[in-house]
Write a protein that binds this ligand. Structure first.
Ligand code: ZN
Length: 171
């Protein structure tokens, strides 16, 4: 789904801004892009001497943003962060389809080749049933089609969002 691309898109835009030598505070439209995509506020979880605080207020004074506009900047920034912090969305789930055969003696399902497209696995399933409907001793072969789904979760401290984030400091 296209919406799965959103974290990647937002991360890329933020990286574009933070790695640019442009003064994102000079013009109001630039300052607004920075406010939403990167954020002027300090986003460190533990504040230190190196922190820059009050950058958003500085931008507000510079560009004539009122309290509502400042609140909106923080709200939009929070929404962007929420998308970036949703770990499962960093990569969409991937499915493969397999034809499994029941091993009558062991009572276990033996997996076959994985197919990235369901149609290919269905074709295989139908072909196998047509070509080899029975075991050598004449008992019918039981097959089933299974879908295997792999999901991805970015482990908290290692996510790219943690490293890409800068302080509110201007470049
Ligand atoms: Zn701070």
């Amino acid at each position: 789904m296209a919406i799965n691309e959103l974290p990647t898109i937002l991360e890329g835009l933020a990286r574009l801004l933070t790695t640019s030598s442009r003064d994102w505070g000079e013009y109001a439209p630039d300052a607004w892009l920075y406010a939403v995509l990167v954020g002027w506020d300090c986003e460190e979880t533990e504040h230190s001497e190196a922190c820059v605080h009050g950058a958003l207020e500085e931008q507000a004074a510079r560009h004539g943003w009122d309290a509502l506009t400042v609140a909106k900047a923080r709200r939009y920034r929070d929404a962007v962060r929420a998308v970036l912090d949703a770990p499962a969305q960093h990569r969409p789930a991937v499915s493969r389809w397999r034809v499994e055969t029941l091993d009558n003696l062991a009572g276990e399902w033996a997996p076959g080749t994985g197919w990235p497209v369901r149609g290919a696995a269905v074709e295989r399933f139908e072909a196998l049933n047509a070509q080899a409907p029975r075991w050598k001793d004449g008992t019918p072969v039981t097959r089933r089609l299974v879908r295997e789904t792999t999901t991805y979760t970015v482990e908290a401290e290692t996510g790219p969002a943690a490293g890409a984030r800068q302080d509110g400091a201007q470049p």
